[in-house]
Design a binder for this molecule. Sequence first.
Ligand SMILES: Cc1cc2nc3c(=O)[nH]c(=O)nc-3n(C[C@H](O)[C@H](O)[C@H](O)COP(=O)(O)OP(=O)(O)OC[C@H]3O[C@@H](n4cnc5c(N)ncnc54)[C@H](O)[C@@H]3O)c2cc1C
Ligand SMILES: *[C@@H]1O[C@H](CO)[C@@H](O)[C@H](O)[C@H]1NC(C)=O
Ligand SMILES: *[C@@H]1O[C@H](CO)[C@@H](O)[C@H](O)[C@H]1NC(C)=O
Ligand SMILES: *[C@@H]1O[C@H](CO)[C@@H](O)[C@H](O)[C@H]1NC(C)=O
Ligand SMILES: *[C@@H]1O[C@H](CO)[C@@H](O)[C@H](O)[C@H]1NC(C)=O
Length: 542
Amino acid sequence: MDTKLSLLFLAIFFTLLALATPQVQQQSPAYLGFAFNATDLPSEDYYDYIVVGGGTAGCPLAATLSQNFRVLLLERGGIPYGNPNLMSQEGFLATLTETDYFESPAQGFTSEEGVPNARGRVLGGSSAINAGFYSRADPDFYKNSGLNWDLKVVNHSYEWVEKAIVFQPELQSWQSAVRDGLIEAGVDPYVGFTLNHSVGTKIGGTTFDRMGNRHSAADLLQYAKPLNLKVAVHASVERILVASSSFSKQSAIGVVYRDRIGRYHHAMVRDKGEVLLSAGALGTPQLLLLSGIGSRPYLSSWGIPVVHHSPYVGQYLYDNPRNGISIVPPMPLEHSLIQVVGITNSGAYLEAASNVIPFYSPARSIFIRTPAPPLHLTVATLMEKIAGPLSIGSLRLASTDVRTNPIVRFNYFSNPEDVERCINGTRKIGAVLRSRSMADFRFQEWYGGHNFRFVGPALPHDLSNDVELGQFCRRTVSTIWHYHGGCVSGKVVDHHFRVIGVDALRVVDGSVFPISPGTNPQATVLMMGRYVGLKILRERMK
Ligand SMILES: Cc1cc2nc3c(=O)[nH]c(=O)nc-3n(C[C@H](O)[C@H](O)[C@H](O)COP(=O)(O)OP(=O)(O)OC[C@H]3O[C@@H](n4cnc5c(N)ncnc54)[C@H](O)[C@@H]3O)c2cc1C
Ligand SMILES: *[C@@H]1O[C@H](CO)[C@@H](O)[C@H](O)[C@H]1NC(C)=O
Ligand SMILES: *[C@@H]1O[C@H](CO)[C@@H](O)[C@H](O)[C@H]1NC(C)=O
Ligand SMILES: *[C@@H]1O[C@H](CO)[C@@H](O)[C@H](O)[C@H]1NC(C)=O
Ligand SMILES: *[C@@H]1O[C@H](CO)[C@@H](O)[C@H](O)[C@H]1NC(C)=O
């Protein structure tokens, strides 16, 4: 019900935003000279490495491998440059609401719980549609993710990403007030600006620059060696080709992909080469299943020939539930996505955003033909998410057509500890709202009181009542889009990112995470693309 309500609000925002699309055009940077439409590629070709998915991990991975090897990067979506909504901070919501048509850069899906969600379908992947907040993983992540991280290479890889696409945000009124409110509410210490994960109140990095222009994984292709890299867009990979080697061990030998006009292409790997899956937490398990790598009885129920029995493909999928409030403040506010965060010791993580919605009065546009300046409506949001959800979900196929989203169930709050963390986080939101820093955002009522004007549900009145807060958590759950898992390390891949039981095949994206990075995931996923690229280069040197 509340989900439907927020969808309705989004739909209204979108209608208004569509009337106010920014006019800036951005050209593709020169380094994208190596990008082709899949239609222009030969029907068969050979490479050392084939990277499936030009997303957050796929772009840095392909750029790194191209230093020494011939690489093909296959992306089902198009190029982000030139799309004004996609390329600007202001366009965030508009991009997210244009999820219905076949080629929209954000592909919408709704989990079985009824929570609307999105996945990137464009070069840069979800890093090209996200909210831009950038923070390195919680140090515990390297110890507990089962991936044998070499921390020196991890740090080097983060720096490589950061010098190209990460900026320090400039706080304006809403983010500054949230920072002060978090400190007043006891989310301490205050650590200021840092890219490190750190308990307390901090300002993180952002992939939007000072002009509000987006930078994404696609920009990391500037590091590639152009002669060695071919990027194919509108290339939808349908199947991984696997052959039995002499020892009856299975080995990936290439992929089949389809271009925009429906023609099939084969891309094959050369001796010692590999197929690297970076299609994301939904795309990678889906593609493995469609290629016959998954649970034997499950694949048989779809009539998919079993290549390798791997029972956990599509299992252990997680999403961080989000809850919070939105208000309309008494004064106009600037646009801001996530910049200030409050990291508590009790499993909750607070974030804030403010969205300016240009509002063209319908009456005015009917009666006055000349363009009138828009009115502006701001919605300010304060939210909390669970940093590392324990509730376990899964995905299954909806169709054997790769373009159809798999069916996803996250089982939000099925683990009682997640409910407890949400209760703690919601109580913190209440404490921030009651802080002095938030006083300016209340309206003065005719009788002299001061109240917030909520858009959508308000917090329960009695913040000491765990039962009411728990109900609020379940009733108003939405997503912060940090879903991960589906091909987790230790179950589907080993600690070198290799698919267990199939040679020459690795997974390099958020689907290998058996736990959340403890913060918003893009920094960790970007780093991982570079990291695995360096690891493979090193292995080949031996
Ligand atoms: C709306 C939104 C806001 C977010 N905000 C933040 C934030 O502020 N900070 C943060 O840290 N994180 C944020 N995230 C999360 C973060 O962006 C993702 O966790 C991360 O980008 C996932 O990376 P990935 O490599 O696993 O997948 P993706 O980046 O999604 O890459 C997968 C790529 O593979 C392609 N692909 C899939 N299947 C195929 C196929 N069969 N053939 C060819 N190509 C295929 C897709 O088109 C896509 O480009 C947000 C996510 C969303 C959706
Ligand atoms: C791909 O094809 C479309 C038209 O189908 C064209 O507009 C676009 O410029 C092409 N892109 C590239 C990278 O060649
Ligand atoms: C990596 O960086 C972190 C944070 O900057 C630092 O604490 C750690 O010591 C570094 N590790 C190595 C091995 O360089
Ligand atoms: C991260 O923390 C380390 C100390 O552990 C510090 O040296 C480094 O400057 C910090 N990096 C950023 C970007 O804040
Ligand atoms: C929630 O907060 C209470 C009180 O601060 C704390 O005792 C409890 O451990 C927290 N719950 C979780 C799951 O962290």
